[in-house]
Design a protein around this ligand. Sequence first.
Ligand SMILES: Cc1ncc(COP(=O)(O)O)c(C=O)c1O
Length: 409
Amino acid sequence: MACADISQSTVAERNVGMIDFDRIYDRHQFGSVKWANQWDEFSPRIEGEDLLSLWTADMDFRAPETVIARLREAADHGIYGYTRRDPRHYEIVQSWFARRHDWSPALESLLPAPAIMPSVAAMLRTFTKPGDGVIVQSPIYSPYFEVIQGNGRKLLVNRLRLQNNRYELDLENFEKLAAGARAFLFCNPHNPAGKAWTRQELTALNDVCERYGILVISDDIHCDIRLSDRPHIVFSSLSEDAAEKSFICTAPTKTFNLAGVPSATVSVANKERREALLATMQASFMVNANFFGRLALEVAYSTGAPWLDQLTRYIGGNVDLVLKFAEDRLPGITPMRPDASFLVWLDARGLDRKVGGVQRFFVDRAGVNLYDGRVYGPGGEGYIRLNVGCPRPLLRRGLERMSMALESL
Ligand SMILES: Cc1ncc(COP(=O)(O)O)c(C=O)c1O
């Protein structure tokens, strides 16, 4: 029984001890996108001897031991047939969000999802029509552009305002766009900047969306790794009307480094919309659970908290290292301190102009692959995104190489 297994795991997790996040593992053998430096067959492969990969958003850490042990048991069992999420599955999801984020979604509001982005696509197809406007706030996680435009909806970009190296909402422009929009695809916390939105900001967004009858698709995938004292506020927890208009998308995949064994959950408070979304997902055969993904979610949420707390401290240390190192030894680069996630957004606009493309410069001259800010749309030009979800010795090596490349300029 899942319950018994999980409570045994909890005992093991309590005795977790200090986790060695410094240890470096070779990830090439299992087809890692990050270490192949290649996203898919359509994007150009970045070649290079000994290239350090600090770009796409997964981490170079092993998942919690309890998750590994249970997946190993399941792998050893050897029969990987159809799998179902039972009611306990949703209780585990609810309990995680109640404990970690003071948000207790009604059990009946929770829908199963294979991952975040396919669910977002299903929402757009269900609740908007071809040509309808969908707002995003750029710079932003680039698959948002693809999911909107790829499904024939109109992309409406509200650029975030840069103030004192922090992003702020442009509410005035948001309201202008809202007049021609049907939905808002919201990243909470924000990727690439790692900003946790405040209650005041969320309320202001909700007010505009309420006035214009806009649905809010909130992607909370980065909510669990909290680096500042800003809490994660779930959009639907703001008020009843916020809950009525919103879809809250959650997953343990960033939190516990499980992107290759995905499973996600969508909370939809409004009953009619929930049923409509489920119908779309069923018609697309999206609701069958993945054998390993379902299990990984349950074990991670049930037993992974002590691991996550250690991880969060480690990531916080990596962020501190980047900020200090940049100040001392990376002239022309200004990091933005994230409230959440394992991503650091680096302002390198002057340098970008000087070297004619800062991302390529660091690949060619430092052997470090970072994410090009241009990918994140308007406002991302001249920025680079650094993934600090990696062993500190590796991060330090990357920073040293970047510093040497800058010295040689
Ligand atoms: C903001 C955001 N949303 C969604 C995803 C991807 O989620 P999934 O793999 O569950 O579709 C990512 C991955 O980097 C992300 O950063």
